[in-house]
Design a protein around this ligand. Sequence first.
Ligand code: BES
Ligand code: MN
Ligand code: ZN
Length: 513
Amino acid sequence: MTTYTLRSASPAKTRADVVIVGVSKDGKGPTIALGGEDVAAAYGRKFKPLLSSLGFTGRAGETAKLPTSGTINAPLLLLVGLGDAKKLTPAAVRRAAGVAARAVTNAASVAVALPADSPELVRAVTEGYLLGGYTFTDYKRDTRPESDKAGEVVVLSSIARKQEATAQFERAQLFVEAQLATRQWVNLPANDLNPPSFADQVVARHAELTKGRGAPKIGITVWDEKALEADGCGGILGVGGGSATPPRMVKLTWEPEGATQHVALVGKGITYDSGGYSIKPAASMVSMKEDMAGAASVIEALFLIARLGLPVKVTAWAPMAENMISGAAMRPGDVLTVRGGTTVEVTNTDAEGRLILADALVMAAEEKPDVIVDIATLTGHMVVALGDKVAGLLGTDEAVEQVEAAAKTAGEAMWHMPIPEEMSERITSSKVADLAQHDAVRWGGGLFAGAFLREFTDGLPWAHLDIAGPGFNTGGAHGYTSPGGTGFGVATMVEFVAARAEAASEDTAPADA
Ligand code: BES
Ligand code: MN
Ligand code: ZN
């Protein structure tokens, strides 16, 4: 177990095995960043030549370790590059803190002295350091023993005693817990996470979080395949039909007393996507355990919202299925009837996400929430359009604007994409059913998917997040992002709900006399 504390102290005097300071670059070369001044002062005139003999430039991602030989109290100094001094944003600090966390080895105690003189920066340092230190080792024989990990992490900040700083420090740790739990779900391989076991584990985590006095009250409902059948969820059943493990749907409800608004979150939970009969090429299939990232993120977002006690009713809907091939699998050409009676012609079994989301969106919309946000690793088209670090954001104007604002606070990159008029024609082009699930036109597939999902939102305010790119990191670690699941979207959804709570309290606040 690691303990985290926020303290206002000089990094030069702090006793820890490692002290981390930032170095940014300005016109004159590398310069010590805010928070590290005392360390630079301890070295005095030797500091600049030291940096240049290390070849340290202050570029983002750079690290160097140096024994301090008594110059400061800590025996080891870790320098981390922050990049351009003029662009010292919370995002840059968060990334550098993540890089630093990964560079620390074999230290029982760590003091982090990165720029943290505002509550936002305290949050950025804390989140970056904690997220960056995550590794998925569940299946490794040789892992660092727990005793090797730092037992104590101290975040140094000149405003450590201010209430806003401690509040952000605590909040950051709760956000990180939710994001790391999401990464953990996503990283579990599909042979150990199928729809029934996923649902069971959500039930177990729910029990844990709601146990004891003072714990939040969260409702949970699980649909098995019979209940899905009874409720007319033909999309989820169609997609899950080919798997040896039957589909599920999990609904979580957070309904605090006095809530005046209701936000519905819907997340795609395909525990494995082989593509089905429209089978994926071998290389595209390898990472497809990631295809439940949307479901994991709405589940963890709801748990976090409840732990924060946000005064908004929130429901999280997680349809879960495994897209496989067998004699019972759906075929291209099949017609499925989703909840509410809409028929859909399946023309590509690999466009399965929209089919399970259709049922879940209809169920969510039946409760008439004020807004629906769905999140899904939905289309490769969106990755082609925006790259693998930016999510596509589609939907109705106001909901999109609010999600954009929340993403900015959360530090998650997304870009507003349109649903062009022509899509209405394309999604209704089936000759046999109400809707075509997919069409032969290759262009704008991510926008087609958005238009398709919109059909199931009952005209309610709605935003759709396509996280096929940023939901999973197929490369190596960078910044605070580890390989595999990223937890992308959790922070944005929670900030979205928090902002709505804030706006509602302003609406109802008594006017000043
Ligand atoms: N799960 C995939 C989308 C995906 C691709 C997620 C890459 C993460 C990384 C989705 O179910 C899918 O297969 N989409 C198809 C849609 C097409 C058949 C319309 C795609 O992207 O090719
Ligand atoms: Mn697919
Ligand atoms: Zn998929």
